[in-house]
Design a protein around this ligand. Structure first.
Ligand SMILES: *Cc1c(COP(=O)(O)O)cnc(C)c1O
Length: 389
């Protein structure tokens, strides 16, 4: 049976050239970068070059990059660290209702602990907050604004440049969870006035369990793992050298090929969206029609549950997602779709298909052949559909 992977917002295949670039760091340059011998120097060199590559991809300085263990670690660390460093100024944090749970659950925990007071900005029907909303919410005791670059469920891209400009003018630190954006669309921390950014390698064809934080020089992030003093004394622990080299290799590749890959994915994405809209009645596109990631397709399919669509697609070899990977394990409807004004019922029937540069037209045609009859069969079994509501 044919297998089609359309869950690239959850994680991606590691590029073969990334695996190749990592290999010598397991087999030859396996020294501890902090040691004083040639094995260490080889490892240190890989680390140093990777830092330069990541910095140049974001348009910042190498010293402003801290390697981490991925997106969740970055988000947790930034939110708690900035709240702590700037606690004398206040404890008010502004975020959006559609953030990843790595942000939302951390902020909710901080509220329970009494160390943060959080404003969750509502979003429009496309899942966007505006710079005006952010500006209106800023108070004298606001220490941080944290707004994601692009949404992992519906692919909507936030007006990051405008939000950054507002925060800079008001003197408030601006963090963006750019896990879905980096390696997919151009990101420039200087141009967009971003003070802190988190990214994760496995969302752009790098290895899992490795990521980075960009932190603008002068912004005070406390040490978050204590020990050997690695990563400028902020995150101790022997570096994941192979993983970091893999991340830099993947990011470099993604940026080199961004234009052609984007063009290719837009063509296939639009074909998929057109195909769904034309062959399945009662569907609604979720997310912004134009300000969205080039690889994201998300539809609400009325009268049926997203989970049952996923099961049927999986039986046909197609890997997709409903809501986010983290919430689709439970039966709670997506907080993102609910925030965008969808009813519980409509939010339940969501289907996310996320493409990569490896997605082919033949695969999209296969999905468009398999999906409509699946929906038809599921609807015929659905009591909601029979009632014709
Ligand atoms: C995947 C994701 C994360 C979490 O990253 P991990 O590397 O899996 O910890 C955080 N934010 C967004 C927007 C994501 O898509």
């Amino acid at each position: 049976m044919q297998r089609v992977y359309l869950d690239n917002a959850a994680t991606t295949m590691v590029l073969p050239e990334v695996v190749e670039a990592m290999k010598p760091y397991f087999l030859e340059y396996y020294g501890n970068p902090s040691s004083l011998h040639s094995y260490a120097r080889d490892a240190y060199k890989g680390l140093d070059e990777a830092r330069k590559t990541v910095a140049s991809a974001l348009n910042c300085k190498s010293e402003e990059i801290i390697f981490t263990g991925g997106g969740s670690e970055g988000d947790n660390t930034v939110l708690r660290g900035i709240a702590y460093s700037y606690r004398k100024k206040g404890k008010h944090i502004i975020t959006s209702a559609v953030e990843h749970h790595a942000v939302l659950h951390t902020l909710q925990a901080m509220e329970r602990e009494g160390i943060a007071e959080v404003t969750y900005l509502p979003v429009d029907e496309y899942g966007r907050v505006s710079a005006e909303q952010v500006e209106a919410a800023i108070r004298p005791d606001t220490v941080l604004v944290s707004i994601m670059y692009a949404n992992n469920e519906v692919g909507t891209i936030m007006p990051i440049g405008k939000i950054g400009a507002v925060c800079r003018a008001k003197g408030v630190i601006f963090h963006t969870d750019a896990v879905q954006a980096v390696g997919h669309i151009p990101v420039d921390v200087a141009k967009d006035n971003i003070d802190i950014l988190t990214l994760a390698a496995h969302k752009f064809h790098g290895p899992k369990g490795v990521g980075a934080i960009y932190i603008k020089k002068g912004v005070r992030l406390p040490a978050f793992i204590l020990g050997g003093g690695q990563e400028r004394n902020k995150r101790a622990g022997t570096e994941n050298v192979a993983g970091i080299v893999g991340m830099a290799t993947a990011l470099h590749h993604q940026i080199e090929h961004m234009e052609e890959n984007t063009k290719k994915m837009l063509f296939l994405r639009d074909k998929l969206m057109r195909g769904i809209a034309e062959s399945i009645p009662d569907v609604k596109l979720n997310g912004h029609p134009s300000e969205r990631l080039p690889n994201n397709v998300n539809y609400s399919i009325r009268y049926i549950e997203g989970e049952s669509i996923l099961l049927m697609l999986d039986l046909n070899g197609i890997a997709a997602s409903s809501g986010s990977a983290c919430t689709s394990g439970s039966l709670d409807p997506s907080h993102v779709l609910l925030s965008m004004g969808l009813t519980h019922e409509v939010a339940h029937g969501s289907l996310r298909l996320t493409l990569s540069e490896f997605t082919t037209e033949q695969e999209i045609d296969y999905v468009l052949e398999v999906l409509p009859p699946i929906i038809q069969r599921l609807r015929e079994m659905s009591p909601l559909y029979k009632k014709g509501e």
